[in-house]
Design a protein around this ligand. Sequence first.
Ligand SMILES: *Cc1c(COP(=O)(O)O)cnc(C)c1O
Length: 424
Amino acid sequence: MTRGDELFHRALRLFPGGVNSPVRAFKSVGGTPRIIDRARGCRLTDVDGRNYIDYIGSWGPMIAGHAHPDVIRAILRCVQHGTSFGTPSPPEIELAEEIIARMPGIEKIRFVNSGTEAVMSAIRLARAATGRTHVVKFEGCYHGHADLMLVKAGSGVATLALPDSPGVTRGSAQTTLVAPYNDLAAVERLFERHGSEIAAVIIEPIAGNMGVVPADEDFLHALRSLTAERGALLIFDEVMTGFRVTPGGAQAFYGVSPDLTTLGKIIGGGMPVGAYGGRTDLMDLVAPAGSVYQAGTLSGNPLAMSAGLATLRLLDDAAYVGLKMGSARLQHGLETLLKRKGGPGVVQRAGSMLSLFFIDRPVRNFTDARAADHAKFAAFFHGMLERGVHLPPSGYEAWFVSMAHDDAAIDETLDAAADALARL
Ligand SMILES: *Cc1c(COP(=O)(O)O)cnc(C)c1O
């Protein structure tokens, strides 16, 4: 038995499914998760000393690569002055200024501790601002695990094929309306039936939690005008896409400005974080400026803020060019291999997030994503793992390329993929 297997056996006695977040458990691909001991650049090392090129990227935050010296230095400098004060402190102010300067839709912001919390708070604010109850979400989009968002959610929930979760009351689910992704007519129908009750439409402007599925540009522009006309707010959940796809997030890429934006992942540089922000008039409804209550003991804590700030400062224009080139090299390499080895497969990419669906047509919504061959993905995943490449352990997840994935690492990945595909 490897040290990893021994540790995971202990974990199974301690945690539900042996993990602290469902998709880590390899449920959808089978087998036992690797227990990672350390990471540097684009590589993970497990407790048995095996190395892997990493495409999980801690599910998004590690855009600069693991243990980047600038990020480590920022954390070390900060930690020497204490870890949390429960008072305002400089790093939160600097990070907020940096985010607001880059992201067009954010004039004012509030930091929280996870993407889940950001979404929950943004929805509370939208309901308060409009005096309405209902929220429209899209099938296959994941917005964290708050009750009202666990309706046909993607990510771990899609992986486990739970259309809903026990423990979520009918009351919480009742105010959530679901439409297929990229389907404007379905949203219009919801507005016809429930228009006066709809507080907000929330969307991943580039979906990353059913695999990578970009929204049509026309669709996002139409959502912007429809919500504005009907007095509902448009919320972009950019927890994954924020600072991942462009310097200004998906909203800058599409030129659509939402009323509220949720962030997480990259802005914490690998530390726990979330944030929501938007128009000043809306954000000033939040306590203590306004009466919409929302608080957090560790919110804006200096360590997470410093790690996030150091990460954002690494993300200059040159960094995005490099990220795009590396990701495109991976995409084109995979596409060539798929063509050569026969067998249907589609690689969908937005900036430095991409995914491979074993399917013969573009994936535009969750129905398409589900129609991909997920058993084949599982076999491919294990083929890659054996060859030293750690993909996310589910066909419903995005692969993340970081600044540390150089051409050599991408080519090593493609060599592994050539072998793994040939053996399917
Ligand atoms: C990861 C994610 C969340 C949830 O963030 P947590 O920090 O895991 O709570 C919400 N929305 C999107 C789009 C995400 O990718």
